[in-house]
Design a protein around this ligand. Structure first.
Ligand code: ATP
Length: 842
């Protein structure tokens, strides 16, 4: 178990390494590397390194070996600084900070972004080989149907009828709206940000609808019934025994089910708005003093060379084209090298991964090597993210002998067990699979872990992961260094306590920014009653406006899949990415999109966090996500690393709350926000085209279902045969155990859903376990939205007076009744992992 030694007090001048074993020197060019003892000696080694590093030619010019030049450079750096010349160091990214994105001479010729090699090597399951489930190919179904149809009609054409039609339509369309893009001030009033009539402000809030409300409430089933549509985010719950048998068992066991919408319910950004005195005091107590995260001199760390990094690490950085640290890297690397706990936040696409990977690698260079030992664990909420993080780490460590193991669900347990037996230095995992190995892989021990990283930490600290995280945190040695990162990093102490941090240094780069400065945010307003035309709007956008390198986010798998069929029918090349797919399919989709084989990636929030796919030009939100935080992550898939990008959100009434928050936050940071007007007639025309295909869509779904059933049957037969053939071996395998019962798992899943969707339980807890009529109404509106019943008429409208009257009434009402802005229910304190009781392990 955990070694009992306590973390020593840290001398600022002394940079901790994983080991102080001086016999251990990095793999290559020994003479180049000076094992670090004191920061002062590192300065000398820097000079040596710089000499040998062609990459740093520029710096070399200014910082030659003589002290004078070095001083001049230091002054220059202090003037410019990564935080800008004029600023007081407020943590914001220098507006002049430039990512050096492409064209670096020494970037590995083969380097083309992060790949999924790790997953392929890790024995990705369900790839269609060895009798595994093959994906059912929608395009193939569409093609077959067309061929059949053509044969029936005596035609030989395989071209899409719809395509032809659209070509005819195309011309007038271009002339129509087309895309009157204007910079509209969405902030029509102080309070509202959006106009009173924006996004159907009145719809769904009319008292006269109470009757209907009750009626709807009787329909019930807002929760439960949605299980099937549930969102797959981490999807690790069923791992372990099930996974091995099922192959892709964890695909539908999501934590993050999209069920409810936070419309009119406090969102978490409300929670965090305005830190009260109590919280401030807690923060002061919890975090290390502010000065500890300040570099000694401004601009001190404006290059990697100045961070005393060893040559193999510098070479790794060079090989991926990182010449200059981003602000979060510049701030985090020196502090992390000291062994301090870190809570880090920086805008999406600003290089957080390297911010924690680089210091880890640097420290590992000096580890004792006689006995291979696993010292580092990096946990992420999704498999794709872990695979990507593994790729980044492997690439950055390409000039070292550091070993990695990728331990995520959906990849072969056996391969991972074999790798873990060799005690790799770093394990990159999703929580479920990590626990599985902790409990069931005999040769894997965690009592040697010295560093733990939680990537997308705010997500990991949510209720859905609570049990898993507690299990991990209480098992890992308490003396570890812990680092948390996210673009939406919470500073709320009660939440952070869970992570078992020890006086963490809080590093918030780009603190005033929530989205990248290079991002343009567009909103397409769907007025009341037009929500049912969403598909038409989307198709119009994808056919005529944003036609390549587009990720489209959906809240439900079901809708994403339907849209995938529609896209196929309209000749748009696309791939899906959600929790109903097995791991091989998920990886295939990302690869197809990354490699440009398809233009559109139709994804759920499984893909909203962390994915770094080069050259994504556009993110489309088919509807607003559940929370402003998820919005930030979704739109952060584009405009990364200094590149430009556009996010476009279809915003109807149910999206109002999140859109409002996004606009408000965007405006406050001076983001580029505009309203895109799309002629409703055009959207209607596309919608009509889609509606005409409704039967065909149904039939395709049916055909797909039958094909899947057939495949399942074949798999069952194969499984049965294997059972007979290898009965002895299979029955002699020790049964894998899990720390949670099925019941616990269900609860955790429900908690995850509630936290992500953030609504029903909060509402209930507000009112002693009961839902008020008003709250029920909100939930019903959400349920209605889910059922795709799109617009509910008010009594005025039913009486033929039109929606306007309704709206007026609401506006009038709003004038009388001031809507309060409460801080929202405060969550109780965390579990305190350090002091928490660990469940006994086998
Ligand atoms: N120092 C650097 N110089 C140039 N490019 C960099 C540097 N550091 C990171 N990048 C690039 O920036 C991109 C984003 O990095 P990364 O994925 O780590 O961002 P992130 O902050 O973790 O984003 P998210 O919050 O979305 O997870 C990557 O493509 C990476 O290659």
């Amino acid at each position: 178990m955990a070694p009992s030694q306590k973390r020593k007090a840290i001398d600022d001048d002394f940079i901790l390494t994983i080991s102080d074993n001086e016999d251990n020197i990095p793999l290559e060019e020994e003479q180049e590397v000076v094992p670090r003892k004191k920061a002062k000696t590192a300065e000398q080694s820097n000079k040596q390194k710089k000499k040998n590093n062609k990459k740093s030619k520029k710096q070399q010019q200014t910082e030659d070996d003589d002290d004078e030049a070095a001083e001049t450079k230091e002054d220059d750096a202090a003037d410019l600084g990564i935080w800008g010349s004029k600023d007081e160091d407020d943590g914001a990214m220098d507006t002049e900070f430039q990512f050096v994105v492409d064209g670096q001479n020494e970037v590995d010729a083969e380097f083309d972004g992060w790949g999924f090699e790790g997953a392929h090597k890790g024995g990705v399951k369900g790839a269609g080989a060895n009798g595994d489930k093959k994906p059912v190919d929608i395009d193939e179904i569409i093609r077959r149907r067309r061929e059949r149809k053509a044969a029936k009609e005596g035609k030989t054409t395989t071209a899409s009828k719809e395509e032809d039609k659209m070509e005819v339509d195309g011309d007038d369309e271009e002339e129509e709206d087309d895309m009157e893009e204007i910079d509209v001030d969405l902030d029509d009033d102080e309070e509202g940000v959006l106009a009173d009539d924006a996004f159907g402000m009145g719809v769904g809030s009319d008292v006269e609808e109470e009757e209907e409300e009750k009626q709807d409430a009787k329909m019930g089933g807002v929760d439960g019934e949605d299980e099937e549509d549930s969102e797959g985010e981490e999807g690790e719950k069923k791992e372990g025994s099930d996974e091995e048998e099922e192959g892709d068992a964890s695909d539908d066991d999501s934590v993050a089910t999209a069920v409810e919408h936070p419309d009119d319910v406090q969102s978490s950004d409300d929670d965090e708005e305005g830190i009260d005195e109590e919280e401030e005091a807690k923060m002061k107590e919890f975090f290390a003093p502010e000065e500890e995260n300040q570099p000694k001199k401004k601009g001190e760390m404006s290059s990697f060379q100045e961070m005393s990094l060893s040559r193999p690490i510098l070479r790794g950085l060079t090989s991926v084209g990182f010449t200059k640290p981003t602000p979060i890297q510049a701030k985090t690397i020196p502090i992390s090298l000291m062994g301090k706990d870190v809570v880090g936040g920086a805008v999406t696409g600003s290089g957080k991964t390297a911010a924690f990977v680089v210091p880890i690698l640097e420290r590992l260079l000096y580890r004792p090597k006689k006995v291979p030992t696993t010292r580092v664990v990096i946990l992420t909420p999704t498999r794709e993210l872990a695979i990507q993080c593994h790729a980044v780490a492997v690439k950055l460590a390409s000039h070292t002998d550091i070993k990695f193991c990728l331990a995520v669900g959906g990849l072969s347990l056996k391969v991972q067990e074999a790798e873990l037996r060799l005690r790799p230095d770093v394990v990159i995992a999703t929580p479920g699979r990590f626990i599985d190995h902790m409990r069931n892989s005999a040769s894997f021990a965690v009592d040697t872990i010295e560093i733990l990283v939680l990537d997308e930490a705010d997500r990991m600290l949510e209720d859905g992961f609570a049990d898993e995280l507690n299990e991990i945190l209480t098992t890992l040695p308490k003396s570890r260094q812990t680092m948390l990162f996210s673009a939406t990093m919470t500073s709320t102490v009660d939440k952070l306590i869970r992570a078992g941090l020890n006086k963490p240094v809080r590093i918030m780069a780009d603190s005033q920014k929530k989205t990248a400065g290079t991002l343009v945010q567009e909103f397409v307003r769907l007025r009341p009653g037009r929500e049912s035309k969403r598909e038409g709007y989307l198709l119009h956008i994808c056919k005529t406006l944003y036609t390549e390198r587009v990720i489209i986010f959906f809240r439900q798998k079901k809708i994403a899949h339907k849209m995938r069929i529609i896209f196929g029918l309209f000749g748009l090349s696309c791939a899906e990415l959600h929790g109903s797919m097995n791991q091989a399919q998920r990886i295939q989709s990302v690869e197809d999109f990354r490699d440009g084989k398809v233009n559109f990636l139709l994804a759920t929030d499984l893909a909203s966090r962390g994915l770094d796919i080069k050259g994504v030009d556009t993110v489309i939100n088919y509807e607003a996500p559940q929370t402003p935080e998820i919005y930030v992550h979704r739109v952060g898939r584009t405009a990364r690393a200094g590149r430009s990008g556009t996010a476009i959100t279809l915003a109807a009434e149910p999206d109002r709350k999140v859109v409002k928050a996004a606009v408000k936050s965007g405006k406050s940071q001076g983001a580029k926000i505009s309203s895109r007007i799309i002629d409703s007639a055009v959207a209607d025309k596309w919608q009509a085209e889609i509606d005409d295909l409704e039967d065909e869509i149904e039939e395709i779904m049916q055909e797909e279902k039958e094909e899947k059933q057939l495949q399942n049957m074949e798999m069952q037969v194969k499984k049965g045969e294997n059972m007979i053939k290898y009965e002895d071996e299979i029955s002699s395998r020790p049964k894998r155990t899990w720390f949670e019962t099925q019941e616990d798992k269900k609860k955790a899943k429900a908690a995850g859903r509630a936290e992500l969707n953030g609504v029903r339980d909060k509402l209930k807890s507000k009112n002693e376990g009961k839902l008020s009529n008003k709250d029920r109404k909100k939930l019903d509106t959400m349920a209605e939205r889910k059922q795709e019943r799109t617009y509910k008429k008010g009594s005025a409208e039913r009486a033929g007076k039109g929606a306007v009257l309704n709206l007026k009434k609401v506006v009038k009402k709003a004038g009388v009744k001031k809507v309060g802005r409460s801080a929202g229910p405060k969550k109780k304190g965390g579990n305190g992992a350090r002091g928490g009781k660990g469940k006994s392990r086998r």
